[in-house]
Design a protein around this ligand. Structure first.
Ligand code: SF4
Length: 116
């Protein structure tokens, strides 16, 4: 099966772009990229959702693009250096959807929801 995608990044490098048509074996590799739950920003409020710190040991941390805290300011905030952290855990379906949109849009996979 061939699938058209948006962008797939890994450690800040664009692997594929919107015009690439990939087969599903490649898509499965791309979709396995997720935030490093061990590299969470110190200011994240406790809970499932988090942002990774820019000093993430894998080099996958926030690049301060401003997307998440501009689009969902009730849940994401910037620190003094512009890096994002989670200020409120989403609870309702609508709130989760809003955070999911930021997770999906983050260019460096710095938003995660896979850890307590
Ligand atoms: S979208 Fe990602 S890279 Fe951009 S500010 Fe938020 S966590 Fe950082």
């Amino acid at each position: 099966m061939k699938v058209q995608i948006d962008l797939v990044y890994q450690t800040g490098i664009i692997l594929y772009t919107k015009n690439d048509i990939l087969d599903d074996s490649v898509i499965s590799i791309g979709s396995s990229i997720m935030a490093n739950s061990d590299g969470r920003h110190d200011k994240n409020i406790k809970g499932l959702w988090y942002c990774t710190d820019t000093d993430d040991e894998l080099g996958d941390g926030c690049i301060a693009c401003s997307l998440c805290y501009s689009e969902a300011p009730d849940f994401f905030r910037e620190d003094d250096d512009g890096y994002a952290y989670v200020i409120k855990q989403p609870e309702t379906e609508e709130e989760i959807q809003s955070c999911q949109e930021q997770l999906d849009g983050c260019p460096v996979d710095s938003i995660g929801n896979n850890s307590e």
